[in-house]
Ligand binder design. Structure first.
Ligand code: F6R
Length: 271
C-alpha cells in the first residue's frame, strides 16, 4: 500500500484532485467509484471547480456509488443520492444516464444488487475507486465481520455507525439501520484504489488498515491485498502509524529515483 502523508486536509484534497485529474486525462471514459461522507466533500468541490475551469471533463465518465441507505428515496435529503447531487453531480458535466446508484427502495434486494454488479462488469469494471474510512475501519458499509470476499448486498449498520450518522437526522429513530453496499470483494476488483482520510478520529482506523493484521474486524485491512491501493491522509489521521518515517522517506525517494533512472539512461557507455 502506498501511504502519502500531507500536512493538512487542503493538501490531501490537492493530491486527490491531481490524481483524479490525471486518471481522467489518461482515460476520458473512466469508470469511477465514489464514496459519500464528509471526507470527500472537499475533493468534490475541487472537481466541480475544475470542471468549471475546463480542467476536468465528465462527459464520458460513468460513476458507481458505494452505498445507499435502505428505506430512503433518492430525493430524501439524507439519501446518498441526494448528497451526491448536491456535492458533485449537479456541478459537473456528467450525463445523468452515466450515474449508477443503488436504490434505497429496491423491489427485490438480491436482484437489485446482482444487477449493480452486472452493470459494473458490463462497463469493464471500476477503474478508480475512491474511498473514505469509518472509525471502525469500514469501507463502503462493510462493517466489522463483513466477508472480505463479499459482493454488493444489504448490511446491518453497527451502533457506532448509526451514532456517527445521528447528527444528520432529527431523532435517532429516523437514522437508517440498514444499507446496500458494494462488498469488499467488489471494491478489491477496482483497478486503482484511493483512500482519503483526515482528522485525528481516523488515526486508529488508518493504522489498522495499513499496519494491522488482515482481518474482517477492520474491513479496510483487506486493501493490503490490492496491488494498487493508495492512501492519502493528513498528519492527524497519520498520527498512529508506526512506520510513518518510512512512508515519508519513500515519498521523497520516489522523485529521486526518477532522476537516477534518467541519469542512468543518459550515461555514455564506457569505450
Ligand atoms: C460512504 C462510505 C463510508 C464512509 C465512512 C467515512 O459512502 O463509503 O465508508 O466513507 O463512513 O465517512 P466520513 O467521511 O463521513 O468520515
Amino acid at each position: 500500500m502506498i501511504v502519502i502523508i500531507k500536512p493538512d486536509p487542503d493538501a490531501v484534497t490537492r493530491y486527490a484532485y491531481d490524481f483524479v485529474r490525471a486518471k481522467l486525462t489518461a482515460k476520458p471514459n473512466l469508470v469511477l467509484g465514489l464514496p459519500t461522507g464528509s471526507t470527500p466533500q472537499r475533493l468534490y468541490k475541487a472537481l466541480a471547480e475544475g470542471c468549471r475551469k475546463g480542467e476536468v471533463d465528465f462527459s464520458r465518465v460513468h460513476t458507481f456509488n458505494l452505498d445507499e441507505y435502505i428505506g430512503l428515496a433518492p430525493d430524501h435529503p439524507q439519501s446518498y443520492f441526494h448528497f451526491m447531487r448536491v456535492n458533485l453531480f449537479d456541478h459537473v458535466n456528467l450525463p445523468p444516464t452515466n450515474i449508477h446508484f443503488l436504490s434505497g427502495l429496491p423491489d427485490d434486494v438480491e436482484t437489485h444488487c446482482e444487477d449493480y454488479e452486472r452493470q459494473i462488469r458490463d462497463l469493464g469494471g471500476i477503474d478508480l475507486q475512491i474511498l473514505g474510512i469509518g472509525r471502525d475501519g469500514h469501507i463502503g458499509f462493510n462493517e466489522p465481520t463483513s466477508s472480505l470476499c463479499s459482493r454488493t448486498r444489504d448490511k446491518t449498520l453497527t451502533r457506532d455507525t448509526i451514532e456517527d450518522n445521528r447528527r444528520f437526522f432529527e431523532n435517532e429513530d429516523e437514522v437508517p439501520r440498514w444499507a446496500l453496499t458494494m462488498g469488499v470483494g467488489t471494491i478489491l476488483a477496482a483497478r486503482d484504489l484511493l483512500v482519503l482520510a483526515t482528522g485525528r478520529a481516523k488515526a486508529e482506523a488508518i493504522a489498522a488498515m495499513v499496519e494491522g493484521p488482515l482481518t474482517a474486524m477492520c474491513t479496510a485491512s483487506a486493501l493490503q491485498m490490492h496491488p494498487r491501493a493508495r492512501v492519502v491522509c493528513d498528519e492527524a489521521a497519520a498520527a498512529k502509524l508506526d512506520h510513518d518515517e518510512y512512508y515519508r522517506w519513500m515519498q521523497e525517494n520516489d522523485f529521486r529515483m526518477r532522476g537516477v533512472l534518467e541519469a542512468g539512461r543518459s550515461r555514455k557507455p564506457k569505450k
